[in-house]
Design a protein around this ligand. Structure first.
Ligand code: SF4
Length: 334
């Protein structure tokens, strides 16, 4: 049982479950960050779980709560402990220095490095060493209705996930039906991919439960330690997970619509549309929605309950929750 259209509502609940209960087959010994709809140009995963070193995650927090993109990472990771001309301090990026200079200014503007001018040279110094905080990256494909044809349709993508080994572990999460997952269906899913059945009941204290139907194998490539390109891509992914989390659906949906609500479902908040009388999908909750109505300006002057507008309070609530979870995970280091 889940709200919204099958995939979107299911995905939000899987993200919340993972945040609370990851991993599904053992004790949690890492800090955990969860994001959704994250990946590379070629492949986007539904749910991404980043297992982090708790002390590393706490150290990462010194660089603020926003994502460090690849240009900023280049500056921050290589910034020296003592003042130095940025061209001496940073490795050649493989593209013109003027772009690096722009990234240095941006990094200093965000307070993630220090900069000063000496004559016509810009010098930089780090504010702290950038930590090694990412342990493992786990990709989860959400398929609430995993029937034989869905499994066949997924199999090529999953094969590629296993082959490329960008994630360390790959899972398919499906809704529990009370029946056994058919062995014939499992044949279409690569043997390295884990299968998880999850069920949700908002009226129970253990509102989300998950069972491992098939254990995954680690798909980390053998030469992973020497593969700088893979490590860089993974760090960029982890940084995006850090900054974005899974609650950023408010950035693409329309919480500024008077019909937009957040409703509690178990331990999760999910979007609900008062005009449609149901949970709306991310795709339909857009400026093109025929029922869209801007929230009345008078609403914005009141403190507003969670269940209704205005949009700003909803965005703040979701951002605050993301921050609270990040904070809680760093405290595992204490
Ligand atoms: S009416 Fe449309 S835009 Fe407004 S909350 Fe509902 S789905 Fe979103």
């Amino acid at each position: 049982m889940y709200p919204a259209d099958a995939e979107f509502g299911f995905e939000l609940l899987v993200c919340r479950w993972a945040e609370e209960s990851w991993p599904p087959d053992g004790e949690r010994d890492s800090a955990v960050l969860v994001a959704r709809q994250l990946g590379t140009k070629r492949r986007r995963w539904d749910t991404v779980v980043v297992e982090c070193d708790p002390a590393g995650l706490a150290a990462r927090a010194q660089f603020g709560d926003r994502t460090l993109d690849s240009d900023l990472l280049h500056v921050v990771r290589n910034a020296p402990a003592e003042w130095e001309w940025y061209r001496d301090a940073l490795p050649h990026p493989g593209y013109p220095w003027r772009y690096v200079r722009a990234a240095v200014h941006r990094a200093a503007g965000r307070g993630v490095v220090e900069k000063r001018r000496r004559g016509n040279r810009i010098e930089i110094r780090r504010v702290a060493p950038y930590p090694d905080w990412v342990r493992r990256i786990v990709a989860v494909e959400n398929k609430p209705d995993l029937d034989a044809s869905a499994a066949r349709a997924l199999s090529d993508q999953l094969e590629r996930d296993v082959e490329t080994g960008l994630a360390d572990e790959v899972w398919v999460a499906t809704a529990a039906t009370g029946r056994r997952v058919e062995p014939a269906l499992l044949e279409d899913v690569p043997v390295e991919v884990g299968i998880l059945t999850v069920s949700f009941d908002p009226d129970r204290t253990d509102w989300a439960t998950a069972a491992v139907e098939w254990h995954p194998s680690d798909v980390t490539p053998e030469d992973a330690e020497d593969d700088i390109e893979r490590a860089t891509t993974r760090l960029e992914l982890a940084e995006r997970a850090y900054g974005k989390g899974w609650r950023s659906f408010h950035e693409t949906m329309r919480p500024d619509c008077r019909h937009f609500e957040l409703r509690r479902f178990g331990d999760a908040f999910v979007p609900h549309c008062a005009a449609k009388g149901r949970s709306q999908t991310a795709a339909e909750c857009a400026g093109s929605c025929p029922d869209f109505e801007p929230e009345p300006p008078a609403w914005r002057t009141k403190g507003w309950p969670i269940a209704g507008g205005p949009g700003k309070a909803i965005r703040r609530l979701l951002d605050d929750r993301r921050e609270r979870v990040r904070q809680r995970e760093t405290e595992r280091a204490d």
